[in-house]
Design a binder for this molecule. Structure first.
Ligand SMILES: [Zn+2]
Length: 485
């Protein structure tokens, strides 16, 4: 019976990918694959090293005559996201990833495939094979724990690689080079709140904004979708202008990198104000539907009567909470001056909870370091105005697109020669390892590319087989071209 990888080209890439998929390598469990990679390297006579974080480097000697070419770093990450369908029985710490061929696509059998970044790692390893095209000295850099927070890259130490040119192999669109990414920084606000006894006889209800599309706070922020927390604050402020309103609690959002899809508040109003409440909610909902139109087709505002809680926020706390949730920045703050359609700076008002105090988590991103500082300072300023304390977390740096990059110019030329068509250059409004690597190794010139991978991080992940050959064909020609001056 034929196997899914039979007759696929380039043979060396698929051979290594086959080894990778048989070796468990979920995030945090990269050591078996790291050891495997070092084993292959030693068999090929290459030097290897591993650092405290578990990152691995393999030093591949130059082809004869190319010893004086610049050292090029080929970089990918060892770990994969482990996701499976609920019905699939699978142990990511033991089992080999199953493969399914579907025409020009390769996918797994009910699990993530790990083409992200297994194809990148396999492609780098393929340059250890003795009979390839000419290349200069190579450093194959394999990081750990990329998927849970770029942690391997964060652990890199000076000198682990020496090359000044780096090709990151972790992008996912054929013919598209990434030349920049966003840095990020979170800020956690804590606002002291005071409570008072509920007014006896008042009507209490839970108000919910729901049905929003949410999405990734980096990649989807450009769509200008609604933030459920913000819309809830606007609704309650509108209501408070017309009726006497008590606020008992508010909560919404969850992860720092997800745009809040749902938010809810517990409120109480004086008896007899039900009609006003309904009228204002209807007007708010109609306004939001018009405002967001096709961006939020399922936006809903629901109200459910509940029993009156013993306490509510006092008036001063209520006003500060609502003002803070309305005043904190959210969404796209600036578009790139260099790359059309790319978000440069944004922030996500990601999560709000009431307990002993009100806590709000904001998550800012920018490809420009000073702009990131600027938006975090703005969040701090608004927080302090309301009386909140603000804890700014350690961030990670961005990678500002350098359209003058020598590596980029050469990549453009070689891609066009090999594939007969100009590639596209873009950047991503999310974190990449290149942001951190650029900070760890100042002055390094970087580009990022990869074959087409669809639905990474999900059991629907699949890689386009022909684009793997296109990707590797380019890499081979590119490394050869870099030996020539
Ligand atoms: Zn990846």
């Amino acid at each position: 019976m034929s196997q899914p990888l039979d007759n696929l080209e380039p043979k060396a890439v698929w051979k290594y990918f086959d080894e990778i998929r048989k070796t468990p390598h979920g995030s945090g469990n990269e050591r078996p694959l790291g050891n495997r990679v070092m084993g292959f390297a030693r068999e090929r006579g290459c030097e290897t090293a591993i650092d405290d974080a578990g990152n691995v480097v393999v030093r591949v000697k130059a082809s004869p005559g190319c010893e004086r070419a610049p050292v090029v770093v080929l970089q990918g990450h060892l770990d994969m996201v482990c996701e499976k369908n609920a019905s699939k029985v699978f142990d990511f710490e033991k089992d080999a990833i199953g493969l399914v061929r579907d025409g020009d696509w390769l996918k797994a059998d009910g699990t993530t495939l790990g083409a992200d970044n297994g194809i990148g790692v396999a492609s780098a390893l393929a340059f250890m094979e003795p009979k390839g095209a000419a290349h200069g000295p190579l450093e194959l850099l394999f990081t750990v724990d990329e998927e849970t927070g770029l942690n391997g890259a964060r652990g890199l130490k000076p000198g682990f690689v020496t090359g000044k040119l780096l090709v990151n192999l972790d992008s996912e669109e054929d013919g598209v080079f990434y030349v920049g990414c966003a840095g990020g920084q979170d800020a956690a606000l804590a606002l002291p709140i005071a409570t008072t006894a509920s007014n006896a006889g008042w009507n209490c209800c839970r108000v919910e904004i729901k049905g929003l599309r949410g999405g990734h706070s980096g990649l989807d922020i450009v769509h200008n979708r609604g933030n459920a927390v913000r819309l809830l604050a606007r609704t309650l402020i509108a209501l408070g202008r017309e009726v006497d309103l008590c606020l008992a609690s508010v909560e919404g959002g969850d992860k720092h990198n997800a745009i809040p899809r749902e938010a809810a508040a517990v409120i109480s109003v004086a008896p007899g104000s039900a009609d006003t409440v309904r009228r204002i909610f209807d007007a708010q909902l109609a306004g939001f539907r018009n405002e967001f139109a096709s961006a939020e087709p399922d936006l809903a505002l629901a109200m459910t009567p509940i029993t009156l809680p013993a306490t509510v926020l006092d008036k001063a706390s209520r006003d500060k909470v609502l003002a803070l949730l309305l005043g904190l920045p959210h969404g796209v703050l600036a578009m790139s001056r260099d790359i059309p359609g790319l978000v440069e700076t944004s922030t996500n008002m990601a999560r709000v909870r009431t307990g002993k105090e009100l806590t709000v988590l904001c998550s800012a991103r920018s490809s420009v370091a000073s702009a990131l500082k600027g938006v975090v300072a703005q969040i701090e300023a608004v927080g302090r105005l309301s009386g909140a304390t603000v804890d700014v977390h350690e961030g990670y740096p961005g990678w500002k697109p350098n359209m003058e990059s020598v590596l980029l110019a050469k990549a453009r030329k070689v891609w066009t020669e090999v594939h007969g068509k100009e590639p596209r250059f873009t950047a991503i409004h999310a974190g990449l390892e290149c942001g951190i690597i650029g900070e760890k190794f100042p002055g390094i010139d970087m580009i990022s590319l990869g074959p087409t991978i669809v639905s990474p991080h999900s059991p629907d992940e699949k890689v386009s087989i022909p684009t793997v050959a296109r990707f590797f064909g380019f890499l081979t020609a590119f490394l050869a071209a870099l030996t020539r001056n």
